[in-house]
Design a protein around this ligand. Structure first.
Ligand SMILES: Cc1ncc(COP(=O)(O)O)c(C=O)c1O
Length: 486
């Protein structure tokens, strides 16, 4: 079930008395079917605490909804959404997944950060410092040829599949274009793989911490999430072996290079061992290389390079080196499996956008140039952020990332969710570590991307240090705890 705070969204904005705004948000959630007909609302006491409002506000809001016939209260058993309330279509609709890391993230951005907040949120660069605008204009030359066809290419434009296959080969995995399915970003690749491999209630094995969009994709497929800690040295293969044997997951999802959020890189021997595990256990491995080109040094080839018998699906993306707005990613795998995945993609969207594929093809042919410039920018961003943190927040610690776009900071004490609330009140939006945790554990970690311009990174850290001073001075009063963790 989605958390109540998600269901209500940004209900405090707008005009009119607070109780009317709360009633309005509850009414809208009932009409969307987010609060199902017949479902029990939390008690008044719990609502007061979780929504950080007075008891009068809750009582008046519920009275208003009662008058509208949307909720019913029975003495001794609390308040429920009326059985007649809610849309007809909601009756047969599957509940939203138990948790949504992206919803946490988006929700928090939308509701807690002030308009002028510094956002340590997205780990991706804008592309205004690249030649993409010029490449875009030159696509016009290709338009007559493009427009002469019907525009559909469910597996991806042939020239783009060629270029991606060549890119995978540069990573050390010889690849034919038939082994490539072009997707709408790596996110769709992970989603399709989840839809293909995962049955509701079955386990999926992930790293702890992991990419929050992967948590979403697997949770949406109804997976039970099991996780293995990933430290600076990567994964403990013995632990993974025992976990795979015990949990028999539908798949193992890993990021061998520039892991998001830790920035770790798996050694060649670990990759070899994981490839052997895929062969031994039959568990498919999804290796997400979305951030691979942003490693700070040389890296071993992907796991897929070390096995032909094990099932290893390699996921990639153009979002981090080129631009997220292209929405171009891919899955590389055995051709028959790619054909099966293509059917799922067809059911989803009939294929990607032909002009974007044409643009992506051009860009990918000049990948080296883009990669070199993005690596420089990422490194400089890291060095700047690290220096600012060392200066202003000397008690915070972190392992130097080996790549990627994030610094995975450890608070010396306290919960990251509590600190995120205080940070928001100081005009800085941060993603608490819990959003990256398949188990939802709060170990006082924060993900700090270093993609912002340096002056904003400096200002962001200055605000974080003011927030930290307040956080350590006082324990967080209950009513200011994050709504999203209800
Ligand atoms: C590891 C990882 N996988 C997938 C994605 C999604 O990327 P895309 O924009 O290609 O959908 C991201 C984006 O942050 C990511 O970090």
């Amino acid at each position: 079930m989605l958390m109540l705070a998600h269901k209500l969204g940004d209900w405090r904005g707008g005009s009119g008395p607070l109780y009317a705004r709360l009633a309005d948000a509850l009414r809208a959630a009932i009409q969307r079917g987010d609060l199902a007909a017949g479902s029990r609302l939390p008690s008044e006491r719990v609502l007061v605490r979780r929504l950080a409002v007075s008891r009068t506000t809750v009582v008046q809001a519920l009275a208003l909804l009662r008058d509208l016939g949307l909720v019913e209260s029975v003495r001794g058993s609390g308040t429920s959404v009326s059985r007649r309330a809610g849309p007809h279509w909601a009756a047969g609709v599957r509940e939203a997944p138990a948790r949504s890391a992206l919803a946490d993230h988006v929700f928090r951005t939308a509701t807690e950060a002030a308009a002028d907040a510094i956002g340590f949120l997205a780990a991706t660069f804008p592309a205004d410092d690249t030649s993409i605008a010029a490449d875009w204009r030159s696509i016009a030359d290709e338009l007559p040829e493009l427009l002469a066809g019907n525009g559909y290419s469910p597996t991806g434009a042939p020239a783009l599949r060629d270029a991606i296959a060549a890119h995978c080969a540069r990573w050390g995995v010889p690849t034919t274009p038939e082994q490539i399915l072009v997707t709408s970003g790596a996110q769709q690749a992970v989603h399709l793989l989840a839809a293909f491999f995962v049955r509701a209630g079955h386990a999926v094995a992930l790293e702890e911490p992991t990419y929050l969009g992967a948590i979403d994709a697997f949770a949406a497929a109804g997976a039970r999430l099991v996780s293995f800690p990933v430290g600076p040295a990567g994964l403990d293969v013995e632990l993974v072996r025992r976990g795979l044997t015990r949990a028999a997951p539908s798949l193992l999802y890993v990021m061998p290079t520039s892991q998001n959020p830790t920035g770790s890189v798996l050694s060649e021997s670990t990759r070899l061992a994981l490839a052997a595990l895929a062969e031994e256990t039959g568990v498919p491995i999804v290796e997400d290389h979305t951030l691979s080109d942003l490693a700070f040094g040389p890296t071993p080839p992907p796991i897929a390079a070390f096995t032909t018998r094990g099932t290893v699906l390699l996921v990639g993306s153009m979002s981090k080196v080129f631009w997220g707005g292209l929405r171009v990613g891919w899955v590389r795998g055995p051709q028959p499996l790619i054909e099966r995945l293509a059917r799922l993609k067809i059911a989803c969207d009939l294929g990607g956008s032909a002009p974007m594929h044409a643009l992506a093809t051009r860009l990918l042919r000049r990948a080296d140039e883009f990669i070199a410039s993005r690596r420089r920018r990422a490194r400089a961003g890291y060095e700047h952020l690290a220096a600012e943190l060392a200066r202003r927040l000397p008690a915070w610690t972190w392992e130097r990332p080996h790549g990627g776009l994030c610094l995975w900071a450890q608070l010396p004490s306290g919960k990251s969710t509590d600190f995120a609330v205080v940070a928001a009140s100081h005009g800085v939006a941060v993603v608490p570590g819990t959003a990256h945790s398949p188990s939802g554990d709060d170990r006082g970690r924060l993900r700090l991307p270093f993609v912002l311009p340096h002056d904003q990174l400096s200002e962001g850290v200055a605000r974080l240090s003011r927030a930290w001073a307040e956080f350590t001075r006082q324990s967080v009063p209950a009513e200011r705890r994050l709504g999203v963790v209800v």
